[in-house]
Design a protein around this ligand. Structure first.
Ligand code: PLP
Length: 401
C-alpha cells in the first residue's frame, strides 16, 4: 500500500476552506459507500442532496458510458442533442418555457439574478434594482449569490459587495409587506431553507410573497437547488406549495453526481438575456446533460416521487423512536427526503458531534448549521438501508449521550 493516498495530503495540497472527515471513500453502490480500508457506510447524506439515485445507478452508468464514446464537449458555439433533449424535458416538467444551463447551483442562481436585473432595467430603468432575500438563506458562493444569501459570515471579508440586496426574516409576512416596493426587482427564496436549518415556509408566506411580487412588478426566483428534482416529493417544491415562481434554479440532484445546474424561466423573461449577455463554457455540456436526462427520466416517474413520501415516513418514525429513547431532538422537520432533526436546548451546538459519532458507526449524515442534523439520502434508498442506518444512528447517539 506504498502508494496509498493519505488524508494528511489534503492539508499539504488543498486550500483549507474545508475540513473533511478522516476517512476517504473510494467506492459507492446504491446507498452504501466503502472507504480505503473497506469499511462500509450507509449513506444518508447523498453527497449533500445530490446523489438522488444513489451511487453508480445503472441508468446513469449507461448514460455516461454511452455519451463518453460519442462526444464530450462542444462549448456553446454549437448546441448538442443531450442539452436540447434535457431542456425540452425540463420545460415539460415545469412552468418554464426556456432553460439556461450552468455547472452548479451558484451559477444557476447567478444567471437568475442577472436575468432579473436585466428584465427590470430593460422594462423599468436601472433604479429598480433591489433584490430581497431572506436571513439564513443560502444561494451559493459566487460573490453575488453569497451576498444574496442571508449569512453575512459567508460574504464578509471579501471587500465591497454587490449592492442593493436586502435581507428580511423568512416567514414574516408583515415585514415583507412593509419593505417591498416598486424599486424591488426580484425576490429570491428557497421554497424550504436547507443550509439555514431545514425551515419550511408557511403556505401563507409563500402566497403573500407571490402576490406582493405581482403588485410591485418584481420577479419571484425560487432557488430549488436543494429542493428540486424530487427531493420534497414533487418534482419541484413549488408544486407542493402551490406558488409558481418566474425563475427557478436547479442543480444538485439534477445531475445526480455530475456537475450541472440550470436556470428555468418563461418566454416572457428569457429574451432579456440576448446573445452575448451571459454564458458559460461548460454549461450544457453533452456529457453532463446526458446523465441528467437519465436522472430526470427516473426521478419524474410517479412511482419514484411516491417513494419519497414513503421513505420520509420511515425516517420520521425512526427518528421519533430514537428521540423517545434519548430525548435530544426538539423537532423533526422538513419535507420528503430533506429532513432536519433539530437538537433541543440541552444539545445546542452538537450537530457535528452527532455526524462524527455516526461516521464511527458506519453512517454518513449531514448537519445544517450547528443545531440541526440533516438527512438527504438517495430518493430510491432501499427501505432496509433506512432501517439499518437508523439503527446505526441509534448506536451513534448512545455513544455520546
Ligand atoms: N442554493 C441552495 C439552496 C443550496 O443548497 C446550494 C448548495 O448547498 C447552492 C445554492 C449552491 O450550489 P452549488 O454548491 O452547486 O454552487
Amino acid at each position: 500500500m506504498g502508494n496509498k493516498v493519505e488524508r494528511s495530503l489534503f492539508n499539504d495540497v488543498m486550500v483549507p476552506c474545508y475540513s473533511p472527515l478522516e476517512m476517504i471513500p473510494v467506492k459507492g453502490q446504491g446507498s452504501r459507500v466503502w472507504d480505503q480500508d473497506d469499511n462500509e457506510y450507509i449513506d444518508f447524506a447523498g453527497g449533500i442532496a445530490v446523489s438522488c439515485l444513489g451511487h453508480c445507478h445503472p441508468a446513469m452508468v449507461n448514460a455516461i458510458t454511452e455519451q463518453a464514446s460519442k462526444i464530450w464537449h462542444l462549448s456553446n458555439v454549437m448546441t448538442n442533442e443531450p442539452a436540447l433533449r434535457l431542456a425540452k424535458k425540463l420545460t415539460e416538467l415545469s412552468f418554464a418555457d426556456k432553460v439556461f444551463f450552468a455547472n452548479s447551483g451558484a451559477e444557476a442562481n447567478e444567471a437568475a439574478l442577472k436575468l432579473a436585473r436585466r428584465v427590470a432595467a430593460d422594462k423599468y430603468g436601472t433604479d429598480k434594482s433591489e433584490i430581497i432575500a431572506f436571513k439564513q438563506g443560502f444561494h451559493g458562493r459566487t460573490f453575488f449569490t453569497v451576498t444574496v444569501g442571508g449569512q453575512a459570515a459567508y460574504s464578509d471579508g471579501f471587500g465591497p459587495k454587490p449592492g442593493d440586496v436586502t435581507h428580511l426574516d423568512y416567514n414574516d409576512i408583515e415585514a415583507f409587506k412593509a419593505h417591498i416596493s416598486d424599486k424591488t426587482c426580484a425576490v429570491m427564496m428557497e421554497p424550504l431553507q436547507g443550509e439555514g436549518g431545514i425551515v419550511s415556509p408557511t403556505p401563507e408566506f409563500a402566497k403573500a410573497v407571490r402576490e406582493l411580487c405581482d403588485q410591485h412588478n418584481a420577479l419571484l426566483i425560487f432557488d430549488e437547488v436543494q429542493t428540486g428534482n424530487g427531493r420534497t416529493g414533487t418534482f419541484y417544491a413549488y408544486e407542493g406549495l402551490g406558488v409558481t415562481p418566474d425563475i427557478l434554479s436547479t442543480a444538485k440532484s439534477l445531475g445526480g453526481g455530475i456537475p450541472i445546474g440550470a436556470m428555468l424561466t418563461t418566454d416572457e423573461f428569457a429574451p432579456h438575456l440576448k446573445v452575448g449577455t451571459h454564458g458559460s463554457t461548460y454549461g450544457g455540456n453533452p456529457l453532463a446533460c446526458a446523465v441528467a436526462e437519465a436522472v430526470v427520466d427516473i426521478v419524474s416517474q410517479p412511482e419514484t416521487l411516491a417513494g419519497v413520501a414513503e421513505r420520509e415516513a420511515l425516517f420520521r418514525d425512526g427518528l421519533t423512536k430514537i428521540n423517545d429513547k434519548y430525548g435530544i431532538f426538539s423537532e423533526i422537520r422538513g419535507k420528503g427526503l430533506l429532513i432536519g432533526a433539530a437538537l433541543n436546548e440541552e444539545w445546542q451546538g452538537r450537530a457535528r458531534e452527532v455526524l462524527v459519532a455516526a461516521e464511527k458507526q458506519g453512517l454518513m449524515v449531514l448537519v445544517a448549521g450547528a443545531n440541526v442534523v440533516r438527512f438527504t439520502p438517495s430518493l430510491v434508498i432501499p427501505k432496509q438501508d433506512i432501517e439499518e442506518g437508523l439503527a446505526r444512528l441509534d448506536k451513534a447517539i448512545a455513544s455520546i449521550v
